[in-house]
Design a binder for this molecule. Structure first.
Ligand SMILES: Nc1nc2c(ncn2[C@@H]2O[C@H](COP(=O)(O)OP(=O)(O)O)[C@@H](O)[C@H]2O)c(=O)[nH]1
Ligand SMILES: [Mg+2]
Length: 319
């Protein structure tokens, strides 16, 4: 018999600090279908506090180092921060590499910073099924949520399914990501960022290249101008500017009332990918129309409902 999980309610989550959040995340992982988990997620969904920034780019570009620098900058500004680090290699390394580096520089006693590493599971370079519910919980708790994830080629599209503001990192001297951008394979991010600006001429060239690549891609219809910023995380240069730009993009989304629709779509994407993962394409096709037409329910209530229905169908041996 499974031990009864201690699943906090939203008000406990808001008061209970990192320990309560850890319990809530454990519930999402161990008992995603428990009505109390669904209720908690519904409540968190309805009470967003943070905007969610996504930091993506190829391995080695400097995302984890930058994450640390950004956390320091946000804490300096009095903001609380939740971090989700999606590690594609953690199945092999058990998350030690990325997790340890991130943990090392943050003060474990600081209640204003919470870091969670997650495995990307079977979706190579993509986001874990658990990332979305986890970030919805963190979004209700912290001022800022940052998702760090590896992206290269088509997998970048995944980050837009969870983040309000997508920051794409480009390493000086590496043409790969630029090729993806030029070819239009990659969705245009909200902010492009050349990392390791301390590398000198290679960094300046990368900036010019990215500007060129952005010029070739279609201008977004949202009225947001994508900038090319530079940062040196090791020297701490450009970090404040990046944090400012993320904030500016958040304001743009709110002012133009883009955010609610964007989040609605993120929720529905998660419902589709989660049900597709559980019940396959065939199962998903049985409820696809209902997902598309649902405009009211939280994605978690919708998911729970459809999931139990598909499970019943399956058990009753419709095939
Ligand atoms: N020169 C320089 N090196 C950096 C900078 N940021 C990160 N690095 C180095 O780049 C390597 C990869 O960094 P990491 O943060 O692990 O990249 P990630 O794989 O994208 O998370 C490490 O050796 C870092 O020390 C920077 O601003 N300047
Ligand atoms: Mg990393």
């Amino acid at each position: 018999m499974a031990r009864r999980l201690d699943i906090p309610a939203l008000n406990e989550l808001l008061k209970g600090g990192k320990a309560a959040l850890a319990r809530a995340l454990a519930a999402v992982e161990a008992a995603p279908d428990d009505p109390r988990t669904v209720e908690l997620l519904d409540a968190a969904w309805a009470a967003p506090r943070a905007t969610v920034a996504g930091l993506t780019g190829p391995p080695g570009v400097g995302k984890s180092t930058l994450t640390n620098a950004m956390v320091a900058e946000w804490r300096k500004r009095g903001k609380t921060v939740g971090i989700i680090a999606v590690d594609p290699s953690s199945r092999r390394t058990r998350g030690a590499l990325l997790g340890d580096r991130t943990r090392m520089v943050t003060d474990p006693a600081d209640q204003g910073v919470f870091i969670r590493s997650m495995a990307a599971r079977e979706r190579l370079g993509g986001l874990a099924d658990l990332t979305f519910p986890a970030l919805v919980l963190m979004r209700a708790v912290f001022d800022v949520v940052l998702v760090e994830t590896v992206g290269i080629g088509q997998s970048e599209t995944d980050i837009a399914d969870v983040a309000d503001t997508v920051v794409f990192c480009i390493q000086p001297g590496s043409g790969d990501s630029l090729q993806f951008m030029k070819a239009g394979i990659m969705e245009v991010p909200d902010i492009t960022l050349v990392t390791k600006a301390d590398m000198g001429p290679a960094a300046s060239r990368a900036v010019a290249d990215v500007r060129g690549a952005l010029g070739l891609s279609e201008a977004p219809s949202t009225g947001w101008q994508v900038k090319v910023l530079t940062v040196s995380a090791t020297k701490g240069e450009g970090v404040a500017g990046l944090v400012d730009e993320i904030e500016a993009h958040g304001k743009h989304l709110s002012a133009d009332d883009i955010l609610p629709g964007k989040r609605r779509n993120q929720g529905l994407s998660w419902v589709r990918s989660s049900l597709g993962g559980r019940f396959g394409r065939e199962g998903l096709s049985l409820v696809a129309e209902e997902i598309s037409s649902d405009a009211q329910r939280s994605p978690f209530a919708l998911h729970a409902d459809l999931s139990s229905r598909l499970q019943r169908k399956w058990r009753d041996g419709d095939h």
